[in-house]
Design a protein around this ligand. Sequence first.
Ligand code: 5GP
Length: 153
Amino acid sequence: MKLGQELISADAIQRRVREIAQEISRDYQGIERALILLSVLKGSVSSYGAGTQSSGHVQLLKDLTMDVAGRDVLMVEDIIDTGLTTSFLFDHVQRHGPKSLKLCVLLNKEERRITPVPITYKGFDIPNHFVVGYGLDYDELYRNLTAVHILEP
Ligand code: 5GP
């Protein structure tokens, strides 16, 4: 596998992230208790291993570390592909009884969707490619890139 063409520039990512941040600030302004931003830690969910295809089976290896009951919660995801991981986690958090639960995602591969997920804040729709950069890795590589790139076979 090798690093391919740049799909989303660092500038475009920064601009979109700022826009979404402003939207989120507006939407949650005036809530009683602070918004809980819930991010999925690498290693807390397993479905990929060291490949580029999801195994389709999601396993929760580490649960929530704070009580979200009665709180406004925003789940923040890097990328949604089949939707299996996110829908599993969304339902899991929902069972903890938050006051509200919404989903924010940077990259969305709509054509790969198997399980629908309710996205409220979305950075970019992308075509069906395995991508790396801006935190996304391939076997621990390319995570540090400031732009999003396609990974080529
Ligand atoms: P899903 O369950 O939606 O198929 O996949 C969710 C997870 O798979 C993401 O959170 C991410 O960790 C990984 N993933 C899906 N597509 C890609 C991709 O194009 N690049 C990378 N690096 N990870 C991906």
